[in-house]
Design a protein around this ligand. Structure first.
Ligand code: NDP
Length: 282
């Protein structure tokens, strides 16, 4: 039997519909959620992501401000812009599109954003809240993955969860979310000795490596929920880290690429911006 396809676009559309209703209500109080997006340099993938964020802001009635800055901008100039945005009452969320050029410290920049405006959830305060299980801004991609797992109908509690990839933006925060949901969580990475042995144990398998087709059908437990985070732009088009065709007949549920995790990341960013506006309203 073929796996259930977890349609990220459809789940994201539902989330966005709820956001739109909340925005209408907020507007009657004279508040419009505002998102500032900062793009430094000309990275083509980053430009696509930023355009997508602008489009989503427009659709949802947010106030969106994009700062397209040259790759030569100094770290101090960027820090000054963030300080201004921190104090701007019309801006509730600040997002710095990563990666930044090598002469700019990502840590310094992210740490200067006010935690309540850090809609990416990357600020050390928000990461600390996540680790302690306290309320804060959750990183968008891991939070979106949790929603997709919910959509599969599979309970995380008591399940073997395996994450392939340990980045600060996906693997590590997701580890905490799955743990809080009472999963038994293993995190694999490039030094993992026997990857297939680990992935075959997983009831819930999340792959976030940037290695096209790394996980195939032989590495998946029959009936598992498989979440493919990878976005690899090949000549043949956009593909994930999971070999979709060989995993489809084995898994119980699977996300497609495109149309799986990607739309959820944007929807959760919009949700965080709304949350930031509500929190700042008091
Ligand atoms: P990083 O490059 O920061 O991290 C990749 C991780 O994968 C590392 O932990 C690395 O291990 C591990 N890894 C690499 N090769 C292997 C391998 N052969 N076996 C096991 N582990 C391996 O990537 P990101 O987390 O930022 O992104 C991962 C993918 O997800 C990318 O394709 C990215 O484009 C996509 N992405 C998609 C998003 C979306 O919204 N859909 C959002 C964010 C990312 P080690 O630590 O040992 O180097």
């Amino acid at each position: 039997m073929s796996a259930l396809i977890l349609d990220g676009k459809a789940v994201a559309a539902k989330i966005k519909m709820q956001i739109r209703q909340e925005v209408e209500k907020l507007k009657t109080e004279g508040i419009t959620p505002g998102l500032a997006v900062i793009l430094v340099g000309e990275d083509p993938a980053s430009q696509i992501y930023v355009r997508n964020k602008e489009r989503n802001c427009q659709e949802l009635g947010f106030n969106s401000q994009t700062y397209r800055l040259p790759a030569t901008i100094s770290q101090d100039e960027l820090l000054m812009l963030i300080q201004e945005l921190n104090e701007d009452p019309k801006i509730h969320g600040i997002l710095v599109q990563l990666p930044l050029p090598a002469h700019i410290s990502t840590e310094k920049i992210i740490s200067l954003i006010k935690p309540e405006k850090d809609v990416d959830g990357f600020h050390p305060v928000n990461l600390g809240n996540l680790l302690r299980g306290e309320i804060g801004m959750l990183p968008c991609t891991p939070a979106g993955i949790m929603e997709l797992i919910k959509e599969s109908g599979v309970e995380v509690a008591g399940k073997e969860c395996v994450i392939v990839g340990r980045s600060n933006i996906v693997g590590k925060p997701l580890f905490h979310l799955l743990l809080q949901a009472h999963g038994t969580v293993t995190v694999c990475h490039s030094r993992t000795q026997n990857l297939a042995e680990a992935t075959r144990r997983a009831d819930i398998l999340v792959v976030a490596t940037g290695q096209a087709g790394l996980v195939n059908g032989e590495m998946v437990k029959p009936g598992a929920v498989v979440i493919d985070v990878g976005m690899n732009r090949l000549e043949s088009g956009l593909v994930g880290d999971v070999d979709f065709d060989s995993v489809l007949p084995v898994a119980g549920a699977i996300t497609p690429v495109p149309g799986g995790v990607g739309p959820m990341t944007i929807a959760l960013l919009m949700q965080n911006t709304l949350k930031a506006a509500l929190m700042q309203r008091g």
